[in-house]
Write a protein that binds this ligand. Structure first.
Ligand code: SF4
Length: 336
């Protein structure tokens, strides 16, 4: 992996943030492109949010990208552009929680802070035969306390953290680990008790909320489209989309209803709106399922849009949510 063994705190930070909710295989290219465009704190801090989001487009959880930008600006202001080297300063940066702070502190600065990711929680839960719910804060605290005791004897925190994460990923795997060949089996309590496959315990279930979006992709004869930036505190904040209406159910709208939607949004159009096709998408987020219809529409001319809207001739340079990205690609819209 391009970030393996690096000591540069900026690069460790970027890789850890990417890996928070992204698989290594998918995150790899994003990391390389991001680092090439923003090689240091200064280049990131002086970037604009649209560009940072464009480099993040497709990775999801866009608050990560917005927080990277905020944190880079904070480092410039409070630390003169130098990445802070204490756990307290690192964890005070936007978007950095205990896990990421421990990873940067130990990997970049050799500080004694144990990391506690899913792999580590699994290893500790089995090794100590702890049947607490690893998604609960109390069990996490208990395991952190255990590791802090272990760390008193650890000489190289970076090596230890990397080793235990790799051990969880490669040896003490979620289902049916080969315990007979494990170097830890003599002291592993779950193995001794024969309950390896019952651990770790995860109780919390995520309830997904369903949301219904109707998008209106209106294109005029000159190839102009209406887009606007999602500025509200909600999913996809800072990304662009077409005119959108959220509803409690998703019905197919008639031509009259579509025209009414544009009238109500104070968009001035020359000529009749013609529907060419309705596309349907389903997009899963961690806590939400988005069910969407995208109405592909044509008109003679888009004359004026409301305050928040843009009339764009080319969509390149604007970052869209995954769902619309798919629509644009499928329909070969000028977009990169
Ligand atoms: S013996 Fe099995 S459960 Fe215990 S640490 Fe090794 S792989 Fe994990």
């Amino acid at each position: 992996m391009p970030w393996s063994g690096i000591k540069n705190p900026y690069r460790i930070w970027i890789s850890e943030i990417i890996l928070q909710q992204t698989r290594v295989k998918q995150g790899w290219d994003y990391y390389l492109r991001f680092i090439e465009r923003f090689p240091d704190i200064c280049s990131l801090a002086s970037a604009n949010e649209d560009e940072v989001l464009k480099y993040w487009e497709g990775l999801g959880y866009y608050s990560r990208a917005r927080n990277l930008l905020k944190a880079a600006k904070q480092i410039e202001e409070l630390h003169g552009g130098k990445f802070p080297n204490t756990y307290a300063d690192i964890i005070s940066l936007p978007g950095i929680g205990p896990y990421t702070a421990a990873a940067i502190s130990s990997f970049a600065f050799g500080l004694s802070y144990p990391v506690l990711d899913g792999n580590v929680l699994r290893v500790i839960s089995r090794y100590t035969s702890n049947d607490g719910d690893i998604l609960s804060q109390s069990t996490k605290k208990e395991m952190l306390k255990y590791l802090q005791e272990v760390f008193k004897k650890v000489e190289d925190p970076a090596v230890f953290n990397q080793a235990i994460m790799n051990f969880g990923a490669m040896q003490c795997v979620p289902s049916s680990p080969e315990c007979g060949e494990c170097i830890m089996c003599k002291n592993c309590k779950a193995y001794e008790e024969g309950i390896v496959n019952m651990l770790p315990v995860k109780i919390k279930k995520i309830k997904k909320k369903k949301r219904y979006f109707s998008y209106f992709d209106l294109e005029d004869e000159a190839g102009n489209r209406l887009i606007f930036r999602r500025d509200k505190q909600d999913i996809w904040q800072g990304l662009y989309e077409f005119l959108m209406v959220e509803s409690k159910v998703l019905k197919t709208l008639s031509d009259a209803e579509i025209t009414k939607t544009f009238d109500e949004s104070q968009i001035k159009i020359k000529g009749k709106i013609t529907l060419t096709k309705v596309h349907e998408y389903k997009h899963q987020l961690t806590h939400q399922t988005i069910i969407a219809k995208v109405y592909a529409l044509k008109c003679k001319k888009i004359k004026e849009s409301g305050d928040e809207m843009l009339i764009a001739n080319s969509l390149s340079g604007y970052a869209f949510p995954r769902l619309l990205d798919l629509y644009l690609q499928e329909n070969k819209v000028n977009y990169d």
